[in-house]
Design a protein around this ligand. Structure first.
Ligand SMILES: [Fe+2]
Ligand SMILES: [Fe+2]
Length: 194
C-alpha cells in the first residue's frame, strides 16, 4: 500500500500527470517546425543560387531572411526545452536546396509555384498546431502560440507574394503543385517522428 506522504498527496508542479502528456505533444511540434523552417530556408537558398541576378532576387532574399528568423526561434526553443532535434537535418537541408535549385532552373514562376505549394501546406500545419495548442491550453503556452501565429501570418504573406509573381503561370503548375504538396506533407509526417 502506498503511504500518504506530502509528496503523494500533493505532487509538485513538475510531477503533475498532465505535464508529461503535454510536453510529449509539444516536443514533436517544435521538432517538426524546426525541420520545416530549415527546409524552407534551404529552398530559398537554392532558388537564390540560381536566380541571384533575376529581378525577383530581392523578394527571395526577403523571404529567406524571414525563414532564417523562424528557424532561429525554433532552434532556441529546442535548446531551451531540451527537445530532441530532428535526426534528419541533412535530409531536410539537401531536399530543400534541391527543390530550390531545381524549381529555379525551371524559371522564376516555377520557383514561385513551389513557394505557394509549400506555404499552403505549412499554413495549414501551423493552423492545426494552433488548434492543438488551444485544446491543450492552460495559458502556459501563450508565447509559443503567438510565435506560431506570427509565423503563420508570414507564411501567408510569402504565399501571396508568390501568387502575385506569377506562380500559377508556371509550366505544369498543377503537377508541380501537387508533387510539392505531397512531398511537404510527407516531410511533416516524418519530421514529427524522426
Ligand atoms: Fe517559415
Ligand atoms: Fe515561408
Amino acid at each position: 500500500m502506498i503511504e500518504a506522504t506530502p509528496e503523494t498527496l500533493a505532487p509538485g508542479p513538475q510531477t503533475l500527470p498532465g505535464d508529461r502528456t503535454k510536453s510529449a505533444k509539444i516536443g514533436p511540434m517544435i521538432r517538426v517546425n524546426q525541420a520545416g523552417e530549415l527546409g524552407a530556408k534551404e529552398i530559398y537558398r537554392g532558388q537564390l543560387a540560381v536566380l541571384k541576378n533575376h529581378p525577383c532576387a530581392p523578394l527571395l532574399e526577403e523571404m529567406a531572411e524571414q525563414e532564417s528568423a523562424h528557424l532561429a526561434a525554433f532552434d532556441k526553443l529546442i535548446a531551451e526545452r531540451g527537445v530532441r532535434p530532428t535526426a534528419l537535418s541533412p535530409v531536410w537541408r539537401m531536399a530543400g536546396y534541391a527543390i530550390g535549385t531545381g524549381s529555379a532552373l525551371l524559371g522564376e514562376k516555377a520557383a514561385m509555384a513551389v513557394t505557394v505549394a509549400v506555404e499552403d501546406v505549412i499554413e495549414e500545419h501551423y493552423q492545426n498546431q494552433l488548434h492543438a495548442l488551444d485544446r491543450l491550453d492552460d495559458g502556459e503556452e501563450a508565447e509559443l502560440r503567438d510565435l506560431i501565429a506570427e509565423f503563420r501570418a508570414d507564411e501567408l504573406k510569402h504565399r501571396e507574394t508568390a501568387l502575385e509573381n506569377g506562380a500559377e503561370e508556371a509550366p505544369a503548375y498543377q503537377i508541380l503543385s501537387r508533387s510539392v504538396k505531397s512531398g511537404t506533407r510527407l516531410a511533416i509526417w516524418l519530421a514529427e517522428r524522426v
